[in-house]
Design a protein around this ligand. Structure first.
Ligand SMILES: Nc1ncnc2c1ncn2[C@@H]1O[C@H](COP(=O)(O)OP(=O)(O)O)[C@@H](O)[C@H]1O
Ligand SMILES: [Mg+2]
Length: 235
């Protein structure tokens, strides 16, 4: 049985349909990547899983339980945490205050505390009293990841954590992923950087126009397959 899955998941913004029957599965201790162009529906999929967008009850199953109609705070307290697109940290709060927000309402105790987040990202420990506004983009991204970890999630949803960052900073951030997995989380990583997705994921799903167009292990997928699934055949 998978830890988390979506079944025939749809999503709408008013009259606009953004997802059309999306099925994905995440196993225990697995990392999957969702790749696709801008507007493919990746963030909508993450929001649907996290309960920010409401669904049919059985469209999202977590640990065998239908959570499609549960509110976001309830889903988070059961162990599904999101690192949102664009980081969304509180600029007027310090690093430490931002991290502590991740513990609000948490029910799960585990590996992640302020101390272990500062071990994972030492620069955050050094800058613990610095306000969000004074952080670099990479440091803000580390705060967003740390904040999600503070709830000790079983499932961590990462939406475009490398977007807009320099390659050296992306490397620093992705270096943290093995430790996050060792601490017990399964990951869904949304990426536009195909090479990064291939490097980190056990399996990859490609999305286009609200549908899954391709899935497989990184070594089973050819560049041409991915190109067609990403941009549509004939582009
Ligand atoms: N709040 C919204 N209101 C209306 N349409 C939206 C909203 N958010 C996203 N969309 C539309 O839904 C589609 C999927 O968007 P999104 O999930 O953000 O894609 P991605 O994360 O892959 O770039 C796009 O066509 C986008 O314009
Ligand atoms: Mg997005």
């Amino acid at each position: 049985m998978s830890l988390l899955s979506t079944q025939n998941l749809t999503a709408h913004y008013g009259d606009f349909q953004a997802l059309f029957g999306v099925d994905i599965e995440l196993g225990e201790a697995e990392t999957i990547a969702i790749i696709g162009a801008n507007g493919a529906g990746k963030t909508t999929l993450m929001r649907s899983i996290a309960g920010v967008l409401r669904n049919e009850p059985k469209a999202v199953l977590y640990d065998g339980i239908p959570i499609g109609t549960q509110p976001a705070d309830e889903i988070m307290s059961q162990g599904v945490a999101m690192v949102p697109e664009g980081r969304k940290i509180f600029p007027s709060l310090s690093v430490e205050e931002n991290l502590l927000i991740g513990t609000y309402g948490r029910k799960i105790k585990g590996h992640w505390t302020l101390d272990t987040v500062y071990e994972l990202f030492p620069i955050l420990g050094e800058r613990r009293n610095t306000p969000g506004t004074a952080l670099s983009g990479g440091q803000q991204q580390m705060v967003a990841i740390g904040r999600a970890l503070m709830s000790n999630p079983r499932v961590l949803l990462c939406d475009e954590i490398s977007l807009g960052l320099a390659p050296v900073v992306i490397k620093d951030i992705y270096q943290a992923i093995p430790q996050i997995k060792t601490a017990g989380a399964s990951l869904i990583v949304v990426e536009q950087d195909i090479a990064q997705a291939m490097a980190v994921a056990d399996r990859v799903y490609c999305m286009m126009e609200g549908r899954i167009t391709l899935t497989g292990t990184p070594d089973s997928l050819s560049r041409d397959d991915i190109h067609d699934a990403y941009f549509g055949a004939g582009h």
